[in-house]
Design a protein around this ligand. Structure first.
Ligand SMILES: [Zn+2]
Length: 388
């Protein structure tokens, strides 16, 4: 198993503003934590280059690229959603955004050209960006761009799995009518959270009907219920679709302390999710796994631990949850926050889960059934057969 980690300090330039929730300090703290625990020992990072226009235009229209380029000198541009409170304009906006997209393409290329089985770009996962406008903190949709690149480089069946707390609307939109890409998004229910899409009834269009899958979950959902729902829906669909590669968006904003959303997962739950992704890639996608970052606004107590577990999982260097965090990290983190900084890699939350039993037994099962009833028949699967 060979794995690649995309990283360069230049990726920290994707900073929408000093007090924007999507703050690059989370990436810096993650890399510091991973290094302090030895996770990255001997790992030579893959340094990305900015995606050129023709790669960005796989997903975005040329007029939007032009709008992003001119934004710092022209000012607010409501048509392209630039200069809003979600998507403030910043100096070097185009270059920083193109570099993130370049990182995800570089990661995809490592796998497609046989140099790696797995690759991770923590700065990526900007899953909301739309064809012709910025959306939800996201300028260029690196997830969709990397998937499109893979489609042009030998891949004909790609599964995209999005476990961010928000619906992966931009990626779903990019491939809504493309039967070669299955998008699966597990998120907080759209009736309770921006962007208000991602209902079980959104299925894909025409020949692609059944390749957009949405599993919305109620606010307050915790690790064990989340994992029960995930395992009741995702493996069966991957088995039926037979992807050649699994692309995951690993947003950490499902964390219980995240300031922007209301799911209640822990860093232990996140660790279990990433391990499940690795298992699913091994079992259903020939071991090919492209992992991307995503949301995550609990900058010190949440994201760094979760994504260190992600890096460790990608590298097969799993970190024991009980590991104590080295003082070099905690003392640095303490200079950035008034709140207590974490001292171990766990929140001591249970992550064992009871398999779904085919009917409504606990609250989350209602949502499992709704999604399975909407999409399973389109893949020849029985909504209430627990073996499917
Ligand atoms: Zn999110």
């Amino acid at each position: 198993m060979r794995a690649t980690v995309v990283w360069d300090e230049a990726l920290l330039a994707y900073k929408l503003s000093n007090d924007h929730p999507l703050h690059p300090v989370r990436l810096d703290l993650t890399m510091r934590l991973a290094r302090s625990l030895g996770v990255l020992e001997g790992v030579e990072p893959l340094i990305p280059t900015p995606a050129p226009d023709d790669e960005l235009e796989r997903v975005h229209v040329a007029s939007y690229l032009e709008a992003v380029r001119r934004a710092p000198s022209h000012g607010d541009d409501p048509v392209h959603q630039l200069g809003t409170s979600d998507n403030p304009i910043f100096e070097g906006m185009h270059d920083a955004s193109a570099l993130v997209a370049g990182g995800s393409i570089a990661a995809a290329r490592e796998i497609a050209e046989g140099r790696a089985d797995r690759a991770v770009n923590l700065s990526g996962g900007l899953h909301h960006a739309m064809r012709d406008h910025a959306w939800g903190f996201c300028v260029y949709n690196d997830c969709a761009i990397a998937i499109s690149w893979l489609l042009d480089h030998g891949y004909t069946r790609i599964a995209y799995l999005d476990t961010d707390v928000h619906h992966g609307d931009g990626v779903q939109a990019a491939f809504l009518d493309d039967p070669r890409v299955m998008t699966i998004s597990v998120h907080q229910h759209p009736r309770t959270l921006w962007p208000g899409t991602g209902f079980a009834s959104e299925l894909g269009e025409g020949a692609a009907a059944g390749t957009a899958i949405n599993l919305p979950l109620p606010p307050g959902t915790r690790d064990q219920a989340w994992l029960r729902a995930f395992h009741a829906v995702v493996p069966g669909l991957l088995r039926a679709f037979e992807p050649q590669i699994l692309v995951t968006q690993c947003g950490a904003d499902t964390h219980h302390e995240d300031p922007l959303a209301e799911l209640s997962l822990t860093v232990d739950g996140h660790r279990a999710i990433y391990r499940a992704c690795r298992d699913l890639a091994a079992e259903y996608a020939g071991g090919k796994w492209l992992a991307l970052g995503g949301g995550g606004y609990n900058l010190i107590r949440g994201v760094p631990r979760s994504w260190t577990h992600l890096l460790a999982t990608v590298l097969d260097r799993d970190v024991d949850p009980d590991r104590t965090i080295p003082a070099e990290w905690t003392s640095h983190a303490a200079t950035l926050s008034n709140r207590p900084v974490p001292t171990t890699m766990t929140e001591e939350a249970p992550t064992d889960w009871t398999p779904w039993g085919g009917y409504t037994e606990v609250d989350v099962d209602r949502f499992v059934l709704e999604t399975r009833r909407a999409v399973f028949p389109l893949h020849g699967l029985e909504p209430q057969n627990v073996l499917d």
